[in-house]
Design a protein around this ligand. Structure first.
Ligand code: GCB
Length: 597
């Protein structure tokens, strides 16, 4: 007889245990645990990780993470998965893009890799600290190190941190991440969306060494309404002052109370704008810790139905874009981002909507460099479980993580708290709370949401509007709504007291060899819709911009028509991200005229 270990006993007991996941559903890795990473040296953990899909959560039930490494020949009990060996996948990646058999896989998966650390990594010399950062994992990620459960994060698109200080050991460590992407009614988004449910560790994973003192947060911007004052908000752990240097502007010692300070500093920076996207080198030290950033300074405000950038009215010539790639899925790289911004600039855009969830942080960095204004959003999309407090906590945390990550980016001018949600009491309370949170964390930006038109009254009408600075409107006249005259009526019937941005409009065009020559789904039909939309919308003076749907065709499970075949074909450019459709030029010409007017 074999002598059974605890693990083997557990594997047997777990056959009848349906509460197996409860200890790991902690949701304790949140915005609170973030550290500021600008200018820090990262040790990349990207590359090959051991991997296996786990449809039945067997790894959580049997505790695969607790299996000590051993040569198979030395094991005395059977095992269902050994995380220390076997097939590997690259990180970052989406598993759907790696094997046909994983294309529609929704469930848990295990990523494992060895991490070798020396005494210096563990802070032996300087009492230093060690943090793991995961750029994004879709949707729930549970972190284990050497068999120990360290924490749980929910939300598919924002980064999270785990402190490894005191947990990691000298020599070989085994880091294991359980990443699970089930669509569920209580998640953001819920089951039903119009984009593909990619899964996996699809952004970078890194280690950060810090000294004992850690700069957790640094937020620097023009003080609201002022051009001669910077407002600086700091959170440092373990120091009672910080030194802030902004090249050519200031060199200030800032006293901290309980590690925190919010101070105004006299300075008159050159203003960041699409025409002059100037960035300043910012450096902060506290104790032995040091971080840097490149930050632009600008004001964005609304006055009546106007949007003002640095005090001057601006019209947002935009385009909406998904984070989606034919070959890579949601993985973003520099080349892809650069091409995206090249295309936006070829359209004569000054604005981009990053739909429908936080995109890679490098998107806003590139927008800072290129002078493109950004609408950033969280996936409060369609029929969210608005009455569920856990869903609300998740939404608040995703918003907080996004704001903490990107609020030094001058390009980001709008936080959007949702897309096309029904006007119910529960939704109003859920989303107005998000608007309040965004304003509270960041008074230097405008708050928006993509709202729906009231089709009964043919008016722009949404109770959430009073909590927003910008009313986004998604409308598809000529496509889902056939009567184009209704768009004219809506224009006349509506008297919004604040700016409206047409956050979506468009039509599908299938330019693959299967595509039709005329009618719905043809290139000519799409072009015609753009012409009519532009003609109608440009007559409405409360419309202060638009971001038509969408730059590239993107993958989505819900589109299975013969001209769709798993793709939303509303792109102005096909899924190859090269072939432009005729409507591209129509929009580019309109934006060129608007720029000059
Ligand atoms: C919308 C949604 C967007 C869809 C788009 C469409 O209103 O906001 O996510 O992809 O329409 O193509 O139907």
């Amino acid at each position: 007889m074999l002598e059974r270990s605890d693990l083997a006993e557990n594997a047997l007991a777990a056959l009848h245990d349906e509460a197996y996941a409860a200890p790991y559903d902690r949701r304790d890795l949140t915005a609170e645990g973030m550290i500021f990473i600008g200018g820090r040296q990262a040790r990349s953990l990207d590359g090959a990780w051991n991997f296996c899909v786990d449809l039945l959560d067997t790894g959580l039930r049997q505790k695969w993470f607790a299996l000590p490494p051993a040569d198979p020949a030395d094991r005395t009990e059977p095992w269902d998965y050994d995380p220390h060996m076997g097939d590997t996948v690259p990180v970052p990646s989406c598993w759907q893009m790696l094997h046909d058999r994983w294309y529609f896989f929704e469930g848990g998966s295990w990523y494992t890799r060895a991490v070798d650390l020396d005494a210096a990594d563990l802070g032996a010399d300087d009492d230093g600290r060690l943090f793991l950062r995961v750029g994004a994992a879709s949707y729930d990620c549970k972190v284990f190190l050497n068999g120990e459960f360290l924490g749980d994060h929910v939300g598919a698109s924002t980064p999270f941190f785990v402190e490894l200080t005191g947990k990691a050991r000298e020599g070989r460590n085994w880091l294991m991440l359980f990443v699970e992407n089930r669509r569920r009614p209580d998640r953001l988004p819920m089951q039903n969306t119009d984009w593909f449910n990619y899964g996996g560790l699809y952004r970078e994973v890194s280690l950060y060494r810090t000294p004992k003192v850690v700069i957790r947060d640094l937020f620097v911007a023009l003080a609201p309404g002022r051009y001669d004052r910077l407002r600086v908000q700091i959170h440092v752990e373990g120091a009672d002052s910080a030194q802030l240097t902004i090249a050519g502007l200031t060199d200030a010692t800032i006293p901290l109370t309980d590690g925190r300070a919010t101070v105004d500093i006299v300075a008159e920076p050159r203003l960041w704008s699409p025409e002059d996207p100037v960035l300043y080198h910012v450096e902060m030290t506290a104790g032995a810790d040091r971080v840097t950033d490149r930050v632009g300074f600008r004001q964005i405000e609304r006055r009546g139905t106007d949007i003002l950038l640095n005090g001057k009215p601006i019209w947002l010539r935009g385009i909406a874009v998904h984070e989606d790639d034919e070959k890579l899925g949601k993985v973003t790289n520099h080349e892809d981002l650069a091409r995206r911004f090249d295309h936006a600039q070829a359209l004569n855009c000054n604005f981009m909507r990053l739909a429908h969830y936080p995109h890679h942080e490098d998107a806003a960095r590139m927008a800072d460099e290129r002078g493109i204004l950004i609408w950033a959003e969280i996936p409060v999309y369609w029929a969210i479980d608005f009455a569920n407090p856990a869903t609300q906590t998740d939404a608040r945390n995703q918003l907080a993580e996004l704001i903490r990550r990107d609020r030094n980016r001058a390009s980001v001018v709008i936080w959007s708290v949702g897309n096309e949600n029904p006007d119910t009491d529960a939704r109003l309370s859920f989303m107005s709370d998000l608007a309040d949170l965004a304003r509270d964390m960041d008074p230097t930006r405008l708050i928006a949401a993509a709202c729906l038109i009231n089709h009964q009254t043919l008016r722009i009408e949404d109770r959430l509007a009073q909590h927003l600075d910008i009313i986004g409107i998604n409308e598809y006249y000529g496509w889902y709504d056939e009567d184009f005259d209704d768009l004219e009526r809506i224009g006349r019937n509506s008297r919004p007291d604040r700016p409206v941005v047409i956050s979506e409009t468009g039509a599908d065009a299938d330019i693959t060899p299967h595509g039709p020559a005329t009618g719905l789904f043809s290139e000519s039909y799409q072009t015609e819709i753009y012409r009519k939309q532009i003609a109608t919308l440009s007559r409405l003076d409360y419309i202060k911009g638009m971001s038509p749907w969408v730059l590239y065709d993107f993958r989505t499970e819900r589109r299975q028509g013969i001209f769709q075949r798993g793709w939303n074909r509303k792109g102005l450019i096909a899924a190859d991200k090269v072939t432009r459709k005729a409507a591209f030029d129509v929009l580019a010409r309109f934006y060129a005229d608007r720029r000059d007017s």
